[in-house]
Design a protein around this ligand. Structure first.
Ligand SMILES: C[S@@+](CC[C@H](N)C(=O)[O-])C[C@H]1O[C@@H](n2cnc3c(N)ncnc32)[C@H](O)[C@@H]1O
Length: 209
């Protein structure tokens, strides 16, 4: 089941929703990928990397309890230009209470073309991924790349991670990769990577033989 809501009123569980985060981690550690929400310091690093045209939105995939979303708002993304996607219904409900004015979509980031309203396709300035892609097999990672590409062609995405090296096998996925930021002020310390489809690799003539 999926749905779209507009954030309306402050969360009764406090802005962080740490209890909810921990409960979800206990229920499904692979889906959560982390025991605690991202830190404000990491949120700031992500927010600093966001670019958006006047008619474009920022899309955050795997918003959890909204730690990164709040940093994006604090960093200047207007609530009406922020769209967050979260697969866990309880978390999506928490987000719509905690993030007034933000569009909250309860849905699957791997089916982004269906989850996002058609009016937003091709109007994404930056896509940000909080889903623990590193834990997934390459076929699922490829499916994620394709899902983002379907709605934000050529834009790529930002991915924050605790990995020291790239969490994605970018060459095998036909991507370019760049580590854009690092902060020790997160548990654990985290980096922000930017991935884009590598057009040169896509258009290269296959080597025969
Ligand atoms: C590591 S947590 C990040 C939460 C938050 N953004 C933060 O930084 O604290 C990963 C989040 O991705 C969500 N998630 C996992 N798979 C997803 C999917 N296929 N579509 C949307 N959200 C997903 C999880 O439910 C969880 O809330």
């Amino acid at each position: 089941m999926s749905g779209i809501t507009l954030g309306d009123r402050p969360s009764p569980q406090g802005p962080g929703g740490i209890g909810l985060f921990l409960r979800r981690w206990l229920a499904n550690p692979l889906q959560m990928g982390s025991v605690v929400p991202s830190s404000p310091a990491l949120g700031k690093k992500v927010a600093a990397l966001v670019a958006r045209g006047p008619e474009e939105v920022v899309v955050e995939l795997g918003a959890g309890t909204g730690a990164i979303s709040r940093a994006l708002l604090a960093g200047g993304v207007p609530p009406e230009r922020l769209v967050v996607v979260e697969i866990v219904p309880e978390m999506a409900r928490h987000l719509s209470r905690a993030l007034p004015g933000v569009t909250v979509i309860e849905g699957d980031a791997f089916a982004l073309a269906e989850a996002l309203p058609a009016a937003l396709h091709g109007r994404i300035g930056t896509a940000i991924c909080g889903i623990p892609l590193v834990l997934l097999p390459i076929a699922r990672q490829r499916a994620f790349v394709d899902a983002v590409e379907a709605v934000a062609p050529g834009r790529g995405f930002l991915l924050y991670t605790y990995c020291v090296t790239s969490p994605l096998p970018w060459k095998a996925l036909g991507l370019t990769a760049r580590r854009e930021a690092f902060t020790p002020l997160n548990l654990p310390p985290a980096s922000v990577w930017r991935y884009r489809r590598d057009d040169a690799a896509r258009h290269a003539t296959p080597v025969q033989g």
